[in-house]
Write a protein that binds this ligand. Structure first.
Ligand code: SAH
Length: 242
């Protein structure tokens, strides 16, 4: 009787992967995942059978992992957290009687947050701008309501060739509810090779530097920049104000 680990490997480097995830990979004889993610954890994969899937669809990959897990210990890996725009949900939806364990990882917003400071200190939310499975009208509605609710907003999948204007349009929606001097961070390849981070104000935000390897974090009405760090106050009255 085998089992399936659905593993979030974190943003990239092995340094930021949990010990539990490393142990699960060690225990596995088969590793399934995108070629790019497999590369990231390659030092852990000596003597493992590897099913790297560049092109096949996600449903096929999940079905394959579930089938293999009947007689093998299998790790299905995704970046960040497997439960946040990852594979954990689909696996549990497709699962029949296979043994499945979900192992969390550091998601992109946490990784990017640590690179630029402490932007997620207060209520925050993730919104994916990918319209592959969510109609754009729903995405815009969520952006609008998150902006109105004064959440710090992390925009995942912010830009791709097929939808070059979404990010710009969503930033315009946010501007209707936020002052233009709050910080916005663009972090590309957080905590992995090729890391680049920029903090600007909402007014000066330029979507040209953003791509699919980036995440965009928009501050709430109280966020500010101190010594080059993006901070969202938790609410401690450190300035002694009434
Ligand atoms: N499961 C992943 C998210 C997958 S969606 C997680 O929890 O992080 C893919 C999107 O995540 C990318 O388009 C990008 O917006 C973001 N992303 C993933 N890793 C990132 C990283 N290291 N740096 C910046 N953004 C990242």
């Amino acid at each position: 009787m085998g089992k399936l680990y659905v593993i979030g490997i974190g943003p990239g480097g092995i340094d930021h992967m949990s010990l539990k995830a490393q142990k699960a990979i060690e225990e596995s004889n088969i590793i399934v995942g995108y070629t790019k993610y497999i590369e990231m954890v390659k030092p852990l994969l000596q003597n493992k059978e590897i099913f790297s899937t560049g092109m096949r669809g996600e449903e096929n990959r999940c079905k394959e992992a579930l089938d293999l897990s009947k007689d093998n210990v299998v790790s299905l890996i995704s970046t960040g957290d497997s439960g946040i725009y990852g594979m954990a949900g689909l696996i549990l939806e497709m699962r029949k009687d296979e043994e499945v364990h979900v192992i969390p990882g550091i998601t992109a917003s946490s990784a990017a947050g640590s690179v630029v400071g402490a932007p997620l200190m207060h209520d925050n939310c993730n919104i994916s701008l990918s319209d592959l499975m969510t109609p754009y009208e729903d995405i815009k509605k969520r952006v609008k309501l998150a902006a109105e609710g004064d959440f710090v907003i992390s925009l995942y999948n912010p830009k791709s060739k097929g939808r070059p204007h979404y990010l710009k349009e969503c930033i315009e929606i946010i501007k209707e509810y936020r002052k233009e001097d709050i910080p916005v961070a663009v972090v590309k390849n957080a905590l992995r090779e090729g890391e680049e981070a920029t903090i600007v104000t909402l007014k000066d935000f330029n979507d040209e530097i953003v791509d699919m390897f980036s995440i965009v974090i928009v501050g709430n009405s109280k966020s500010y920049i101190k010594d080059g760090r993006f901070i969202t106050p938790r609410g401690y009255n450190i300035r002694g104000e009434e």
